[in-house]
Structure formats: structure tokens, C-alpha cells
Design a protein around this ligand. Sequence first.
Ligand code: NAD
Length: 548
Amino acid sequence: MVTSHKAILESINPSTKEVLGRVPIMSKVQVDEIVAASHKAYEIWQLTSYKQRAKYVLKLRQVIAARADELAQLISEEVGKPLAEAYLSELTGPLDTCVWMVENAEKLLADQSISLSNPLLSSKQSLVAFEPLGVVGIIAPWNYPFSIPMMATIMSIMVGNTVIIKPSEKSPLIGIKIGEICQEAGLPHGVVEIVTGDRETGKYLSEAALNKLIFTGSVQGGQKVMAQCADNLTPLTLELGGKDAAIVLPDAPIDWTCRGITWGAFTNAGQACASVERVYLIKGKNTEKIISKLTKLASGLKLGPGTSDSTDVGPLVDEVQLAKVKDQVEDALSKGATILTGGKAREDLGGFFFEPTVLTNVDHTMKVMTEETFGPLLPIMVVETEDKAVELANDSQFGLCATIWAGKLERAECVARDLNVGTALINDCLFSHATPQLPWGGIKKSGFGRSHSYFGLYDLVNIKHISIDSAGGSHRVWWYPYGKAKVKMARGGIQMLHGKMTERPVGLVHFVGNMFVGPQSENPTGKAAMKPESEAAKTDANPGDKPQ
Ligand code: NAD
């Protein structure tokens, strides 16, 4: 958590509420200067080869790996996540992205030739070239303060863009650390820049002259950023909130499913956009066993500071997040929910802690089933049928991820296809964000655009079409001049290529018969277009006008 004091942000350890450090809140002038420096660096950086850029990215990988302990420690201190998660969910994604990009970026972005089907275009060759866009802004959240901006940065610089990262006001020290490791990797000045500050600083960045902006954060933030990008028409990717459902089919393996859902709900204290936020348990002989196992697993999780090796669940990031979780629990209880374990804030532990909580007797009148929680709550709703589970899972303003837990995988795949989300995972959860080859992004209020994967790569480049014509001096049938013959030729051409099989020969005759009716034979003066239409019609006679 961070409080602002004049032009300084304070970074707070959420496990202890102690001040970890202070960073400047950058002004508009400072942000604009950094944007200008980034454009300047781009002039040179865009000219470097994939091989040259790969060297820097490999060096970056070495630096991250060498400083892994220091990074994991800082991540645990600044946002409170357990150390195991700081290594596994923050560092592996960027490290794997370095390797994937170095091995594949050039291949994935090699020129592509496109074959054209229309015979009129037979003298043309078309190709697509992928070129960098320019300066990419990355506005990042605090919940994955290293992996989210780093994965986008590695992909961006590898394709020849320069980058400006605006870390969250709740994790500014990690943002500064990213700047440090990029410097240590030897990246030229201006290729990766950091602007620290609050939402106002983010506003300055989103309104600046960027060539692309990747925003990851809340729906409200995304809506504002979209408006802020409108003036410059800055292309935007929005990675926003989620309310991810887990559907448990009656044949789901009990132990695997319960352990998976417990991790999906409580990892990062539930503060992941892809956390399991609600469970639909389809009634079957194992229903009670699954509920009691989930309750047992949740009550066994150890709450504590992120930096302790034995901690399973760390604190929430700040007071605001804690208040939101308390409010959702109170709302659910007032509407008839039952708490099976947890349910209380644990500020006696020194930070913004809340117990891992399992709730039943919940429904869609409750905030806990419809609004993003971003906390350690696991509400379970028992439903009669698979159709009902799908209907309720889709009854959401969000469409980020969903999980399906099942024995029969074909059945689970059918359910996955019925869910309105960007990612549907069967028998696992959350892992795919850290896997750079897999597309990431949502629909509905979870945002738009895709990051990671080759779809994300295409979002970071100008997809440029180049057409080469080798026809030399021959005439183009669609060029001027027009006239009756041209219309007949065009009509004949459409009939020839797309009409009923029986009409195609007639189309061919009209097409060919009018194709070579040049401007001279149609109107030797070439002035027909200047005449009134009725008069022009009288002089427009040509071979194609004969009655058929
Ligand atoms: P937030 O919207 O408060 O802030 C995110 C970032 O945007 C911060 O750096 C902030 O300073 C900046 N910002 C906020 N308002 C801005 C504005 N008007 N103009 C410019 N910048 C602005 O979100 P948060 O609390 O940091 O993050 C939590 C949210 O992020 C959750 O809703 C979560 O689901 C979502 N999230 C989504 C994904 C995803 O991939 N879909 C990943 C992580 C987090």
C-alpha cells in the first residue's frame, strides 16, 4: 500500500505496515521528457537486428536469474505474496519469455507471402512484413508487479519497440528494480524507461504520444485510460478484472479438484485476476465430500508474512482491499450465506490479513458471486445440472478465465466451449498467464486485445502489406476510364466468377468481350465523361451493347 505525501510515494509492506521506501511522483513535464527520450532511443533501436536484440534479452535473462533471490524478497516485502509464489509466478514467466522470444520472434515475424485468388490480380505478389510500432507504454498493477510488465517489455523490445513502464503506486520499488536490471543488462539508454507515480502519472503517460498502450488494472481504470487514449487514437490493449468460475462436474477427481481449487482461490491471497472466485458444484454423490475437503484444506492454510518460508497465504495489499473483502462477507452473511471456515480479518497479525474463507448457501444476489473480490474468499454454490452451472458462470459482467474440473475430458471440453471467456482451463487453474506461448486476455468487461503468444506479438507490430506488380505497361481493368463497356465487363466478371454454374460462360463472354474495349473505341475523344449522361449514352455504343 502507498500513501502520497506531496510529490513522494511511500511504499508500504502490507505484512507489517512499515514503510519500505519512497519514490517520486513524476510530473507531466517529467513524463513528457521520458516519452521524448524513448522516441529518440527508438530511432536507433528499431534499426537493430533480431540477433542484436536477442543478445540483450539473453543478458536480461541472466541478470534476472542471478538476482532472483533479491527480486523475490522485494516482491514478497512490497506486495506480501509468499516467497514460493514470488519465484514461481513472478520470475518464471519473464525468464521463459526471454527464451521463447530469442528462439522464436524472428521466425514468427518473418515476412509472409499471400496468394491471391482473383485472376485479375495474377501479376501481383503480396507480402506482409512486420515492423515495430514505436514507443509502447505499459501501465501495470501491483498484484503481479514484476511478471506483468516484464513479459510485455521483453516481447516489445524484442520486436524493436522501446518501452515506458508505469508501475502501480502500490509497488513502485519493484518498478524501479525493473529499471535497474534493464540497465545492468546493458540496454541502451531510453529503450526501457520507468515513470513512477500515482494514477495522475498514469494519466500523463496514457495521454502522451505513444504508439501503443498496454493497460492492466481495474475496469474503472481501463475505462478512464480508454478515454485518455482517444485524442491521440493510441492503440490500446486492456487487461482488466475477472470473476472466474470453477465448474465441478460430478465425476471430478475429489483430491485433485479440491487441491487445485484451493490453490486457485487462495494463491496471492486471492488477489489474481484469474483467481477461482466462485465454484459451481454440480450435485452428485461426492458433493458433501468435496465441500468438506475444500473447507479442511482452506482451514489448514497458514496465514503470515510473505517473506516467511512457511506462509501459504499472505496479507491483502492494503486497507482498501481489506475493507472490500470484509464488505463482501458481510453482504453475503446478511443475505443468508454460511461461513464454513475463516470469515475474519486478522489485523492482530500486524498487517492487512484476512483468513482463507469458504462460504456456502450463496447466490447471485450477493456481491461475492458477482463482483470481483480480489481476496481469499471461496464461495460454493451447489447446482442441479451442468446447464445451470454454465448459465450461472456466464451470468457475469466479466469474461476472463474459467476452470472445469472433471473425470471425462470430452465432457469437460464441451463445457469449456460453452463458457464466455478468453481462457478455459480443464483440471488446472491460473498457470497459463506465466506461459508466454499461450494467448492471454478476456472478453466483456475483462478487456480486449491479447497479450503473450503470437497473437500478442502481432499486437506489438505494424502489420504492413507490400504489393509488387510485375505487369509492366498492360492496362488495369479497374482504372479509368469508365463507361458502359466497363460496367458490362464488371458485371460479366462477377457472373463469371461467382454466378451459378450455368451462367458463368455468359459472364465470361461479357467479361472478355468488353475487357478490350479501350477508351479509344468507346469514345475516341475521351471526353464522354464530361457530357450529360443522356447525351453520353447515345455515343457509348460498343460491341458489348448488342442485345443477347
Ligand atoms: P488500478 O486500475 O487501480 O491500477 C492499475 C494501474 O493503472 C496502476 O499503475 C495505476 O496507477 C494506473 N491507473 C489507474 N487509473 C489510471 C488512469 N485513470 N490513468 C492512467 N493510469 C491509471 O488496478 P490495480 O488495483 O492496480 O489492479 C487490480 C486490478 O487489475 C484487478 O481488477 C485485476 O483483476 C486487474 N488485473 C487484471 C489482469 C489481467 O491480465 N486481466 C492482471 C492483473 C490484474
